[in-house]
Design a protein around this ligand. Sequence first.
Ligand code: C2E
Ligand code: CA
Ligand code: CA
Length: 740
Amino acid sequence: MTASTDVMYRLLVQGVTDYAIFMLDPDGIVVNWNTGAERAKQFTGDEMIGRHFACLYRPEDRAAGLPEAGLRQARETGRFEVEGWRIRRDGTWFWAEIVIDAIRDEDGGLIGFAKITRDRSDRRTQELQLVEAKEIAERHRDGLAATTSFLDSVIATMPSSVVVQDAATGLIRLANRHAELLLCGCTGQLVGRPAELVLPTAVAALLKTALAAAGQPAATAGQPAATAGQPAAAEAGEPAAITQELPVPTAWGLRTLRMRALAIGGHGEQPLHGLLIAEDVSEERAASMRIHHLAHYDGLTGLPNRELFRQRLGEALAAAASGSGTAGTAVLCIDLDDFKRINDTLGHPVGDQMLRALVRRLREVLRPGDCLARLNGDKFAVVAPLLATQAEEEAEALAERLIAAAREPIEVEGQRIETGLSVGIALAPADADSGEGLLRCGDLALYEAKRRGRGRFLRYHDAFATAARYRRLIEADLRGAIARRELRLHYQPIVRAQDGETIGYEALLRWQHPVRGPISPLDFIPIAEETGLIHEIGAFVLHEACREASRWASGRSVAVNLSPAQFRSPALAAQVASALAASGLQAGRLELEITESVLLDASANNLALLEQMKQLGARIALDDFGTGYSSLSYLCAFRFDKIKIDRSFVREICDSREALAVVRAITGLSRSLRIATTAEGVETPEQAACLRREGCTQLQGYLYGKPMPPAALPEVRGGKTAREETVREETGREAVHCRS
Ligand code: C2E
Ligand code: CA
Ligand code: CA
């Protein structure tokens, strides 16, 4: 290198400002320092020239021998390149790109080194930012992937069917396994195919509606996608989900699907996707229908139950009130006659079959719109919408048809069962305008219809409500009547037909009500039977009658009436035994009067009870014979000691050939069976004469004496007549009264 080139070179190097260039001698001492180096290191050339370049390194790099290592490599290989942090004079750092070149003369002798340092802090910062961004991106990518796979597994295992349709192409983007199995029966049949072709019509239509609602009609497969120029969603914001539940043909047959469809994505503008979530609710629906059916229908007959009946009644009343066609509503309360007897004698399975057969028949006579319901046991009801003009006639015609339908014997397992219906009719708005009120009126009419004899219908009348109130009052008072000693027994003589000699008395209950006066047993005995009070009252009658008769020195007998209701208590025979034991009355002096209905009801049990009472030594009489069923078979079923011919025949015996014929038949039968007969209600000597002629053995009636209090009986007690004893009792009471 010549001196001039050396100067030029020096000037050139000095002028370079982007690079810090400095020359070192072979030992590393700075011999030259350019402007770039001054800028980079903030030392002037004067300050640096003559110093070892290692002073520019960080102490830890110096300690690690970095400067020497650089020189060594440059010396050995000709060049050393490195990048790293370097320090400036003011202590700040910069990222340096460093090249150290060994400089040799023509003979290869080492002259020194040229060290070129470049500040690459900007690039380094960018690089670091990039790395950081990359790291962040990678971190996010991992998180995103985790989230995606998590969502994928959630969607895949969701117990619902999920289908996503691309709004633009109409193709299915996603379908979970559940959806594929439900809709196709296998996987891989939905994704990538046009929704309209592969989804059931109803499902595809719902997706389409959801997309349309969000402003973007789903593209039909093959058509160009909707473009941005088309009308946007009607309103910004979340598009509402459309919910639908309907039967859909699936791979598993027709299933009820509850579906929700909504448009998603697209940031409130045109949606990107249609999302459908469907659940198979067939079992749920079936179960709730079963529950609904159980809650509203009677299991035996399949008829609506009381609950549904109330609903139907409410609907009929509302329809009539709104004037939509019907003008009124009828409620027909229906009670099956003798159902208990049928159940008891033929068994419940036969009773059930009979009910089903009967219901089939009743349904046939209903008009369209009539609703027949089973309220409980053998109680039914019909709610019938009525036309304006002949409301009452319509309802009565229906009742007649129902009664006629039930009258025909029903064949069950080869047995012909005779039954019948009683019907109570109530009309809205004439009788009541509420459902409750109508049912109440219908029930009252039914009660009255049954009381007047079965197999008939009766329209409600206000008097029935009054009677029912009266019954309730009586019921309330009857409960305390025994304790208050308001119930007493009167005794009616029964005489021998031959000579008119009194042979016994029938005990008949009397209720002297403190306010209402005397109340007939015909009024209060049925109430006692309905309420179960009859057991207490019956026990009282048995004890009282036996106690009274035991005091009669004449040894005459006493007859006690037993209600069929008393036979529901298996303790009846024990009650009789206890009355006999307590009074000391000879069993042979006690006669028990029962009616046929005792034999109608649960014959097996009742017959056993009758047998037990007969075993005690009491006699059993069949009361009111000739009324009711009067089946001769009862006379064979049980060995009665006596038949009492009902008052209705006795009353007519002189004027009616039929009455006479019945009496003659009964007395004839009794003679053959060697049973005594008592004619009841004998009021005239002519009747008595006629009955005597017919061979009746005993007579009872006003002709021989009305029922009277015990004190009025011509009976001697302990040497005194009853009358004498009463006078004594009364005087004694008065004496007590005077003393107090
Ligand atoms: P029943 O057992 O047929 O009693 C005969 C009824 O006929 C009695 O009516 C009696 O007073 C009435 N009678 C008797 N002779 C004549 C007559 O010549 N002419 C008329 N017109 N009537 C006559 P009563 O006392 O009103 O009893 C009515 C029914 O009440 C009885 O009919 C019986 O079924 C029932 N009853 C009465 N007392 C009792 C009782 O202690 N227990 C039960 N379970 N029922 C009773
Ligand atoms: Ca009687
Ligand atoms: Ca009688």
